[in-house]
Design a binder for this molecule. Structure first.
Ligand SMILES: C[C@@H]1N[C@@H](c2nc3ccccc3[nH]2)[C@H](O)[C@@H]1O
Length: 451
């Protein structure tokens, strides 16, 4: 192994209480909110189709012009309690809020800059209100923090001169202080979601990323940081020069999911995928007709897919400059919430089942139980759900979660090969089948035929 000072601090999955809770949460709400929500992707009457939180660069807006949006930030309809209630109904167990996105505007009254809510017409601490409201609903709160900062004069994309180096180290001290401020002043924060760390200026500062992780865990023991924060001694990101995952979970899946057949390696570590409702809008965009908008059932399948591979699913909402969600977002929260109120137990505290992926859908398994869940999205015209079990696993019975008393026919067709018979009819939402099994070696009727 290559000797490293700033590489992975440990190997394997953390098994402490804080990480077990993070893992069991499984479903989270991402919220992108900032000055970008005011123009909402439209500038001087022109609509820009790229991500709304990038409007400053898409529309080539000078920093002073963009930053003056601070004087318009006044979300009069913002109601943290209402947001938290919506999230509770949706069935999320955690929420990740952008404390500061690439634009550099802070949703908390940071003492290290004037570019914060404190100097906007709104004035009040948005982070404090959200932390209190979501925690009151039993929802953990995590902080998104962009290291990339378009506002701060000392930010550098690369270090090409000694001046760059001096400026960037001033910036990293600023960012370190802000992070310490967040971890200190909001003591119930459970995790930090770092973004904007792909530039050379950060890759050359692996030591800083190591020190940030160390500081956060000293200030707030048990706190969790994503792999995206980290660069090692040689600028390697996410995984260090020895291939070891840095941080506490892998955060490389942005608007995409690992393949359930070819990417099974992800089941070996903790990971999270974050997802937008439109194709590529994290911040509020005025016009959602410019791309596909994912339906509740599309997103529900992504949640189940993620759980089936032992990952967390972070679904993004982009409130408007006034502090409201759009009808599509409310519909998604209600529809997914309705399903979660009935079937959330096949998501929360569930993990990869170690079963071979089948066409009809996904398996999940409740941690520490013999309870195997089948979430069926694609009912075969045959009505026969194929189940291949690992050696030593014998299926005993299966039933729809909705009608536990009515056993489904389980046909053993060969060693560790079964067909579960279900009615062929129009299903309008994913069906959940619970399977009981026992350990043992299969010796079904097919053996007699052989002799
Ligand atoms: C979680 C997501 N990460 C940010 C982002 N910035 C990018 C710059 C270049 C390419 C992809 C990016 N995603 C998006 O704005 C959002 O916050």
């Amino acid at each position: 192994a290559i000797p490293l000072k700033y590489g992975a601090q440990y190997t394997g999955k953390r098994s402490d209480e804080a990480m077990n809770k993070w893992r069991s949460n499984r479903f989270g709400q991402f919220i992108h909110w900032g000055l970008y929500a005011i123009p909402g992707g439209v500038w001087n009457g022109k609509t820009y189709n790229y991500a709304a939180e990038f409007l400053k660069s898409s529309a080539h807006i000078p920093t002073p012009v963009w930053d003056s949006l601070m004087y318009q930030f006044n979300p009069v309809k913002f109601d943290a309690k209402a947001w938290a209630k919506m999230a509770k109904k949706m069935g999320v167990k955690y929420m990740t809020i952008t404390t500061k996105h690439h634009e550099g505007f802070c949703l908390w009254p940071s003492e290290y800059t004037n570019f914060t809510v404190a100097n906007s017409p709104y004035k009040k601490d948005i982070i404090k209100q959200l932390v209190e409201a979501y925690n009151a609903e039993g929802i953990d709160v995590n902080f998104y923090y962009s290291v990339l900062d378009w506002h701060h004069p000392d930010w550098r994309y690369d270090i090409k001169t000694p001046e760059d180096s001096v400026a960037m180290s001033r910036y990293l001290t600023f960012a370190y202080n802000q992070l310490k401020e967040l971890a200190t002043n909001y003591p119930t924060v459970k995790a930090f979601w770092f973004d904007g760390t792909w530039d050379n200026s950060v890759k050359l500062n692996g030591k800083w990323t190591y020190e940030v992780e160390k500081m956060l865990k000293e200030v707030r023991p048990g706190v969790i940081v994503n792999s995206r924060l980290r660069a090692d001694d040689y600028g390697k990101r996410h995984k260090d020069s020895n291939g070891q995952l840095m941080g506490d979970y892998e955060s490389g899946y942005e608007r995409r999911l690992p393949d359930p057949v070819t990417d099974l390696a992800v089941t070996k570590w903790d990971w999270e995928a974050c997802m937008t409702i439109p194709e590529n809008q994290w911040g509020y965009h005025k016009d959602w007709s410019i791309s596909h908008v994912k339906s509740p059932l599309e997103l529900l399948e992504m949640l189940v897919h993620t759980t089936s591979m032992g990952g967390n699913f972070l679904l993004n909402f982009g409130p408007s400059g006034e502090g409201t969600f759009r009808p599509q977002e409310l519909n998604i929260a209600n529809t997914i919430g309705a399903w979660m109120s009935k079937y959330g137990n096949v998501i929360w505290d569930c993990d990869y089942a170690g079963m071979k992926k089948e066409d009809w859908g996904y398996y999940t398994k409740k941690k520490g139980s013999n309870q195997l869940n089948m979430v069926v999205f694609n009912v075969p015209v045959s009505g026969l759900l194929r189940v291949n079990t690992p050696k030593g696993m014998i299926l005993e019975k299966a039933a729809f979660l909705d009608s536990k008393g009515v056993s489904l026919k389980v046909e053993e067709i060969a060693a560790n090969q079964y067909l579960i018979h279900i009615p062929v009819k129009q299903y309008t939402s994913p069906q959940v089948i619970q399977v009981d099994y026992r350990e043992g070696n299969a010796k079904g009727s097919y053996e007699k035929a052989k002799t």
